[in-house]
Design a protein around this ligand. Structure first.
Ligand SMILES: [Zn+2]
Ligand SMILES: [Zn+2]
Length: 129
């Protein structure tokens, strides 16, 4: 898959049998629909939190950064996560997945307190250059 921001081929990383697409050039992360929930293990205290976060996604009534979904190539819509501080992410209008710019996923993790293994993993990913 191509990075929605820089259109280079993304690296596929594996974490707990979940494929995460990672762009080495810009540090962004693409998660297919449902992978964010999977990342936080069903049944763990974090999975409800993430479900709430996703349910609380607000469509922003403004043009996005013209990033295209790597699956269907349609323009993604900016959405806001209702956490403090507010994080704006890009989401495919057909629900193929969610795009996180560099650091946004970690920001979400730390804002929601959903730290632990996943954030360790992400930090190690971002340190790889
Ligand atoms: Zn990129
Ligand atoms: Zn799509």
């Amino acid at each position: 898959m191509l990075c929605p921001a820089c259109e280079v081929e993304m690296l596929i990383l594996e974490y707990s049998n979940i494929e995460i697409d990672f762009c080495q050039q810009c540090g962004g992360i693409w998660l297919d629909e449902g992978e964010l929930e999977l990342l936080l293990q069903p049944g763990s205290p974090n999975s409800k939190l993430v479900a709430d976060l996703i349910a609380g996604l607000k469509n922003l009534d403004k043009p996005g950064m013209a990033r295209k979904c790597p699956v269907c190539r349609k323009k993604m819509k900016p959405v806001e996560l209702s956490i403090e501080p507010v994080v704006e992410i890009d989401k495919c209008p057909y629900n193929h997945g969610i795009w996180f710019d560099k650091g946004e996923l970690q920001q979400i993790m730390s804002s929601t307190g959903a730290s632990g293994k996943l954030s360790e993993f992400l930090n190690s990913v971002f340190k790889k250059k």
